[in-house]
Structures are given as structure tokens and as C-alpha cells.
Design a protein around this ligand. Sequence first.
Ligand SMILES: [Fe+2]
Length: 309
Amino acid sequence: MSVKTMETQEVIELLEKVAGFDRPAGNDRVKTIIHRVMHDVFQIIEDLDITPEEFWSAVYYINELGKNGEAALLAPGLGMDKYLDIRMDAEDEQAGLAGGTPRTIEGPLYVAGAPMSEGFARLDDGTDTGAEVMLLKGVVTDENNRPLANAIVDVWHADSKGAYSYFDPSQSEYNLRRRIKTDAEGRYLAQSIIPSGYGCPPEGSTQALLTQLGRHGQRPAHIHFFISAPGHKHLTTQINLAGDKYTYDDFAFATRDELVVEARPVTHSAQGERHGVTGPVTEVEFNIQLVSTDRQDRQAMHQRQRVMA
Ligand SMILES: [Fe+2]
């Protein structure tokens, strides 16, 4: 069956009524968006000859997705977070704000309000005794490589099983989450543990769809960052550790070449020892370059629903 009804007066009027165009109440922006969304959904049904069975399976899929709390997990899996990044990169280019360390997706697992430290912080609570000790370090500079003192490096990552505190209630509060203020030379240093990559819940809605697409739902080991400094563009980014099976095959499309970082085991670290970190450690160095701007809207992170925010 292949019928064409999209151009009929009946469907045109139906879409206008669906979007509330014939009523003064409501929000014009929402009306415009919903009109376009429903037009395109109808168009997909027509163009791909979607059967009622396919349509209703999609409706109940959305029900399951919401019940499992996975909408913000499916979004990066379908490239939506990456697409927003592509748009923001293009906007930066247009506004003359390109350059510096590249952005990449935030993901849904940030928790606001992590404890603040000056120069150095220990991120882990010491309970994961089998984990590999990590020394995470770097310098925050401006685009002319001048160090930025008092920049805030807000860092969060998973534990050695790939789970995040708050979302994994077995972990202590703010475990593997800290804000570090850079010192006079723009440096930050963190003692932590090497995180593990992780995957979507195997029985969840996201993995169910990815399986239909012949895709996996795995992420490589990675570390998330927000970096901010007055007079500079806010940066949301993350690093993927080199050598992970999924470093260049991230289901969430967060990998960028400039954000792949080696983890280097060393027998001792003089910088670490000054903070009581003795013995062999794995060093991860991530230097961050911010772009200066006097635009307040670019200095702050964009608004979205976040835990504890
Ligand atoms: Fe993550």
C-alpha cells in the first residue's frame, strides 16, 4: 500500500488544529515546533509506509523508554548530543569564538555542587582498593598559552566498574566528583582511580533499539570536564583514554582526536608525592585552552536539567 495524503486539505487542517493554530491560548514557539514535528512524523509515515503495527510498537517503546528513565541515554546514542555540538561549533565559528580545546558532549550523569579544592583534590574515597591509582594533571591557559589562575576545573568520572556516584547508591557522596581551582600557574592536579568504560543497561530500551541497528552501546573509559574562568568561554568536554577497545568506537559519538589522551604508568611522580601520592601511579595529562570572550552568555554553561543544580 502506498497512498499520498499529506497534501490534502484534510491533513493540512488536521496538523493546524493539532498545533493549536486555531486557538489564541498557548505558547507560539511550542505551537510552531509541534506543528513541524507532527508534520514530519506524518510525512515519515507516508514516505516509509509505516504500518499500524510499527507505529504502535514505537508508541509503546517511548512508554518503556520513559519508565526506564533512558531518554537522556538514547539521545547521545542517536547522535543528538553530537549534533548539538556540531551546531555549537558552527555558531562559535560564525561568532569568531572557535579554537581552544574542543568541546564534546556532557552526558546525563553530572551532579552539581561537588566539593571545591585549591590546586589539588583527591577524587576517590579510597574504598576501591583494587583500582589503578590515577594522577590527573594539566594546565589551563588562554588561547595565547598564558596560564589562567583560579579557573574552575569541574571533573567527574566513573569508578573501576563503570558506575557513577549518586546514580550508583553504593558509592559515597560526590565520589569521583570534584571542582579544582587552578593555582597561580594555571595548574590543577587530582588523585583518583582509572575509570572503566561502561555500556547501556543490557536489558534497557536504549540497547534494545541499538541491537535493532546492529550497534553496541559501549563507551570507552573517559573523564568529563566543565572548565570555566571569568572572561572566557565555558567549556564542556571529556577525554577518552587511549588504548580502550571503544576509544574510537564510542556509542555516544563523544570521541574527538584532540581529546584522546594516553594513560602513562610511572614508578613515582614528584608532583604527586608533594601531595602524599606515593608509589606507582598512572599519569593522565590533559592541558586545556580556553577562548576569551566578553559575552556573558558564552561564559556560563547552557541550562538543562541537572542533578542538584
Ligand atoms: Fe560518562
